[in-house]
Design a protein around this ligand. Sequence first.
Ligand SMILES: Cc1cc2nc3c(=O)[nH]c(=O)nc-3n(C[C@H](O)[C@H](O)[C@H](O)COP(=O)(O)OP(=O)(O)OC[C@H]3O[C@@H](n4cnc5c(N)ncnc54)[C@H](O)[C@@H]3O)c2cc1C
Length: 473
Amino acid sequence: MITARAETVVVGSGPNGLMAAVMLARAGREVLLLEAGDRFGGGLRSGELTLPGRVHDLGATVMAMTLASPAFRALRLEGVEFVHPPVALAHPLDDRPAVLLHRDAARTAEGLGRDGRVWQATVGAAARAGFPLMELLLSPLGPWRATPREFARAARFGAAALLPATVLARGALRTVEGRALLAGLAAHSMLDLRSPTSAGYGLALGALAHLVGWPLVRGGSQVLADALVAELRSLGGQAVTGHRVERLDELDARTVVLDVTPRQFLAMADLPPRYRRALSRYRYGPGVFKMDWALDGPVPWRDPEVGRAATVHLGGTLEEIAVAEAEVAAGRHSMRPYVLAVQPYAADPTRGGHTLWAYCHVPNGSTADLTDAVEDQIERHAPGFRDRVLARHTMTTADLEAVNPNLVGGDIGGGLNSLAQFLRRPVWSPAPWRTPLPGVFLCSASTPPGPAVHGMGGWQAARLATQAERHAR
Ligand SMILES: Cc1cc2nc3c(=O)[nH]c(=O)nc-3n(C[C@H](O)[C@H](O)[C@H](O)COP(=O)(O)OP(=O)(O)OC[C@H]3O[C@@H](n4cnc5c(N)ncnc54)[C@H](O)[C@@H]3O)c2cc1C
């Protein structure tokens, strides 16, 4: 049965789907955007999860990749204000002051003592190489367009980036602080820190802090999603919530752009056997257990400097974080997990009071409630935290997948971030956004350059769709 008809249909309104819809509408296409949820945005959704008036981001809060993204920079959206916390990131430690990641590389290096010089020579140098380097990282086609000088800079950075975080940390860094900082950053990858490329995630996130900062969207991430929808509508596009597409044959469209992951695509379409087999081999990563709190005041961090950072990494030393992440990679729960926390009030006082969110990694599909383990890690560095809690909201992996089907088994990255899947995301191809079905494109975080709010998957899918249209004429 045909249920939706338009020249171009975009399925899913995460940052990639929204970016594709806007780019195609700007190219003069008639665009219909269909979103299964009751709100646009996917990982950009915000809502009152705890108390009335408290704005919580359901997914992404920290918009470093957004500022670095060539797609978002080209868009020049109106009405979206990025606000920077005084400190990008804090990593508290038990017996010493917290490690701080500042916007300024030199200031960060100063706090790292004996490791300051190495930090400047790696992360600082990558940041100083500027946006061309980040464009190279954000676009898998980039290296072939780069100048020899840009390529040489990227290659210098790239060699260290290929290493496991544990190897780079132990080989290049000497201090507890430097090693912990790298481990906390690298653990964003959700990889075992003994895996190749886990260091790369750490270095890239550090470089982004120096390059563009780790800002938030004033008022909540939903503001960014709503601005993209408004832009689409101003160009004549239509956008509908509460419409879940189960099968592609429900759509009557010349072009379809899918902001879904391989497992959903497999269920939606009859695909050629070879491509189907390749998608069936696609691997999902660990899930997350996520918590949101309404607090009656700021978190009482033992080291007050931590209160100036929007993002806080909890879990202690390199060794502790490496053990916690290895447990999860092996399919077990860590009772002393690495916890990634965000306190938006450090940058944005417009969210209805003090709110906090945090997640820890868990095995994909886990049903466990890790409330105590997560709160213990916060209490460890902020005694009295639990007394500040007015209300809490928890989400297991199944709860996450229920609000966003792209979060398969609670995997917030759209698939494992391994080296193999960096090259084969979701298939080995110079244009993996194209599918064997004519006019059908994939754009989600399961395509390059992978997770985060950069919209580059959507930008690439829209570029290929526009090209295909031109050739067909
Ligand atoms: C808890 C959490 C914290 C995060 N923190 C950050 C952060 O701080 N910074 C950062 O950069 N990134 C962060 N991320 C990652 C980031 O949110 C994602 O990488 C990004 O949103 C992926 O965008 P996407 O467009 O590929 O898909 P998504 O944002 O996942 O959106 C997919 C959309 O498609 C819809 N959909 C799926 N199937 C269908 C269907 N069949 N029919 C109709 N609609 C459908 C879904 O409902 C959803 O709205 C976080 C994610 C989570 C979950």
